[in-house]
Design a protein around this ligand. Structure first.
Ligand code: DX5
Ligand code: ZN
Length: 207
């Protein structure tokens, strides 16, 4: 069954949101970090990530939409991080960043924006644990799912069978049906956060 990573990006009170999510069966809590350079939005300075992360009883799935992830990776200090994902499009040495994330024993993910040629992942595919297919333009929650993301799941799978495939953006109880047979993890933000009953929203995604 597809796993759910709940994104707290659109929540108005993130601490309270994490406390509520601790009581659900979300598989992960997804933390979006933005630097206002790689994407036109600024969210969650490192201090806030470290503070919030301590409250989570769920493994954290950290998504770095930042041009320079190195200092972030070095300064993150939470003990329940499952994975750290960087973007394929940044102008940095990706191999070095993969090694750095591995040094801390986190799973390594690479995220791909909707208009990036997915074959650019080929040279890293055997070095990483996970690919995040962005099904919206990164930067904001609450956008519409881009349908052409669906075919990308099979093409990543054909490159490497046992890679973890996560899809991020615009997922709700309808759009999840397009990916639930083939993807491993769905990142869901506003659909869960805007529902008073988080668990009920999660149930409707898993059915
Ligand atoms: C977009 C973020 C997503 C987003 C998902 O840049 O990476 O994680 O918050 O939120 P929804 O589900 O609202 O698209
Ligand atoms: Zn994300």
């Amino acid at each position: 069954m597809i796993k759910i990573a709940t994104s707290i990006l659109s929540s108005k009170n993130r601490k309270e949101c994490i406390e509520k999510l601790n009581k659900t069966d979300t598989d992960y809590i997804h933390i979006d970090v933005m630097d206002n350079i790689f994407v036109p939005n600024y969210q969650l300075p490192i201090e806030e990530v470290n503070e919030l992360g301590k409250n989570s009883k769920k493994p954290l799935d950290v998504h770095l939409m930042v041009e320079n992830p190195e200092s972030f990776i070095k300064n993150i200090a939470i003990n329940n991080i499952k994975s750290i994902t960087i973007h394929l499009e940044i102008n940095k040495n990706i191999n070095n960043l993969i090694e750095l994330i591995k040094k801390y024993n986190y799973q390594v993910g690479i995220a791909i924006k909707p208009n990036t040629d997915i074959n650019k992942i080929d040279k890293y595919i055997n070095l990483i644990d996970k690919v995040i297919i962005m099904s919206v333009e990164p930067g904001f929650g609450g956008q519409t799912f881009i349908d052409s993301s669906v075919d990308k799941i099979k093409s990543i799978r054909s490159k490497r069978k046992n890679i973890i495939i996560e899809v991020d953006g615009g997922i709700n109880n309808e759009t999840i049906k397009k990916i639930s047979n083939d993807a491993d993890i769905a990142v869901v933000g506003s659909y869960i956060i805007n529902n008073n009953d988080y668990q009920e929203a999660i149930n409707s995604l898993k059915n």
